[in-house]
Ligand binder design. Structure first.
Ligand code: HEM
Length: 452
């Protein structure tokens, strides 16, 4: 079955009648994708139930697929809960509607804007650092979720009195839990009209959220003026014809940005603390860099360029624990990959989890080695050997935002505390994102202030 030809197509593991490889996929998707990678060929065919599927190993083909979306490949339906929460926002929209939305949202997350959000990120991280004391036991995932939630509320909706962080946070929590449950279980297969108790709770939370966002938008329109938040940028955005976003569209995009950015970043940070705790040398190098660059002060946007090791820690975390662990597109009429036709309706899957630990491309792939990202490292983004933020036409709009957020949070907290997670191994498990399989508990250990 093994082929050395990157562009070769080979058949994956044998499936069972009717279900194909679905049982293997459902049992352990990460192991299944690893097995497909080990088939060696550029494309591996398998069966998702009765639907023909392919898995891509070859980075050039991965790049081709990512760039062909919205032309010869389309996005699959993400399910009722996604649609109900995100409406017609940029993550869910397709075709011309998506093109218009993407061009309207993109300017709000440009580096110039991210610079303004960085101050909010640092303020929120400092509040967390000030709440922690030495020697206490914390649940890292809970802490990071609370922190990125505050950052998301304040960078998306602002800090006006009209913004009730607790109400938004609670509703989003309920919504995200249900989306995760639907993704893991059979929920995605239920018809849209079917209401489980979980779906009823979800719907109630989203309806409350809608009322909350409508109130915030009305208050902002009345008050007028420019602020340093995403809502302000979206209210000011106009399309090519000079048409602004409607209130419904503003609702969809704010909720979308909040959702796309909050749990993904919280999970990345949780894994980063865990990996740092298990790799003391990498953590020492982090402390050294933070002492040298910050000397005890809180980081800002301008420090990002100097915090090279901190950035490398985040990139290496995203390599080993890619929060978004899979991606897929569906072939349309006329689709090709590597010059070969792909029958319409075929699901084409790629997995950062499998590709990011391919020994043919990453020496010692299981090792946490941030130094691989420093000077002279090949550009893994253009090579498509590292794609935690996807790529091509529908690449993550918040990649810069997320990198700056993760670096600022790690730098602010890491210059004051080490988080010791102990010796117990924590494994990844899949839901909507790649989550730790249990609580990530840690003891906070204060870092001595830098000698001046
Ligand atoms: C570590 C954190 C994050 C990770 C790992 C991540 C990952 C991803 C991935 C894999 C995609 C799909 C890309 C593709 O299909 O090519 C995506 C899409 C998207 N992300 Fe992120 N993301 C993160 C943070 C953020 C943040 C902070 C925001 C917003 C501020 C954001 C906004 C979006 C949007 C709007 C899309 C949809 C783009 C489109 O379909 O045109 N993400 N993200």
């Amino acid at each position: 079955m093994r082929s050395d030809t990157a562009t070769a197509i080979t058949a994956g593991p044998r499936g069972v009648p009717l279900l194909g490889n679905l049982p293997q996929f459902a049992k352990d998707p990460l192991a299944f994708f690893t097995a497909l990678r080990e088939c060696g060929a550029g494309q591996v065919t398998w069966a998702m139930g009765r639907t023909p599927a392919r898995f891509l190993n070859d980075p050039a083909l991965i790049g081709e697929l990512l760039s062909a979306r919205e032309s010869t490949f389309s996005l699959p339906d993400l399910g009722w809960s996604f649609r109900y929460l995100m409406g017609e926002g940029v993550v869910v929209a397709k075709g011309d509607d998506w093109r218009r939305k993407r061009s309207l949202v993109q300017p709000s997350v440009r580096p110039k804007q991210v610079r303004a959000y960085a101050a909010t990120m640092a303020d929120c991280a400092r509040e967390t650092a000030e709440r922690w004391s030495g020697g206490e036991r914390i649940d890292i995932r809970r802490e990071m979720t609370g922190l990125t939630q505050r950052i998301a509320v304040r960078t998306v909706f602002g800090t006006d009195a009209a913004v009730r962080e607790d109400v938004i946070g609670r509703c989003m929590d309920v919504a995200q839990r249900q989306m995760g449950a639907e993704f893991r279980g059979l929920g995605a297969m239920l018809p849209d009209w079917f209401r489980t108790p979980g779906r009823l709770r979800f719907k109630a939370a989203v309806d409350t959220l809608d009322a909350e966002v409508a109130r915030i938008v009305a208050a902002r329109r009345e008050a007028g003026g420019e602020r340093d938040d995403l809502l302000s940028r979206l209210l000011a955005a106009v399309d090519e014809a000079g048409v602004p976003l409607t209130d419904r569209e503003i609702r969809d995009e704010t909720v979308t940005l909040y959702n796309a950015g909050h749990e993904t970043t919280a999970t990345t940070l949780t894994w980063a603390w865990y990996l740092l705790s298990r790799n003391p040398k990498a953590r020492e190098a982090l402390t050294g860099e933070l002492d040298r660059v910050l000397g005890g002060r809180t980081p800002g946007f301008d420090d990002y360029a100097e915090l090279r090791w901190t950035e490398a820690v985040v990139k290496e975390t995203l390599r080993l624990r890619p929060t978004v662990w899979l991606n897929l597109a569906v072939a349309e009429e006329g689709a090709t990959l590597g010059g070969e036709p792909v029958p319409a309706g075929t699901q084409v899957w790629i997995s950062p989890w499998a590709t990011h630990r391919d020994p043919r491309r990453w020496p010692e792939p299981e090792e946490f080695r941030p130094e691989r990202w420093l000077d002279g490292a090949p550009d893994a983004i253009t090579d498509h050997t590292w794609f935690p933020f996807g790529g091509g036409t529908r690449a993550c709009l918040g990649a810069r935002f997320a990198m700056v957020e993760a670096v600022i949070v790690l730098a602010t907290l890491g210059s004051r505390f080490h988080l010791d997670t102990g010796d117990e191994e924590i494994r990844p498990t899949v839901g909507l994102t790649l989550q730790p399989d249990r609580e990530v508990l840690a003891v906070t250990r204060p870092v001595p202030a830098p000698a001046r």
